[in-house]
Design a protein. Structure first.
Length: 142
């Protein structure tokens, strides 16, 4: 015979309990302000990223227009990392713990900036490691 447990079921609970919002997820300003003003950190980051995407899109007639736009996008992620690190309440910018948010945003922003600086043609930053990788792939040295 099998024992039947009383009071415990295998169904999912109707209401989730025991989960907490991330640290610092409260709105940056009080309820007396509009939603965009209360959530000014994410609004600022999205505005800077949008400007960077617009520069990338419309700056194609410039010689390095895409680089300026992508640098702006990378800097918007670095700005998000700094805001998350410095401000006590950042609203929707808080997703996980402060350490995780800052780490992910800083790494992604740094990678975008670094890749933009070494992008061809005419890279603004030359890394000898990339020349070696290019030689392994069969590219001639310039």
């Amino acid at each position: 015979m099998s024992a039947v447990r009383v009071g415990r079921t295998r169904r999912r609970p109707v209401k989730t309990t025991g989960t907490l919002p991330p640290e610092g997820s409260a709105a940056a300003l009080g309820r007396g302000h509009t939603l965009a003003a209360r959530q000014w950190p994410i609004t600022l980051v999205l505005a800077v990223a949008g400007i960077g995407l617009a520069i990338t899109w419309f700056g194609s007639d410039l010689k390095n227009g895409f680089k300026y736009g992508l640098l702006t996008v990378g800097c918007s992620l670095l700005l998000a990392a700094v805001l998350r690190l410095v401000l006590p309440d950042v609203g929707l910018l808080a997703v996980r713990s402060r350490f995780t948010d800052v780490s992910v945003l800083a790494v992604l922003g740094g990678v975008i900036v670094l890749l933009t600086l070494v992008a061809q043609p005419d890279p603004w930053l030359r890394l000898s490691l990339l020349d070696n990788v290019g030689q392994l792939m069969g590219r001639r040295r310039q």
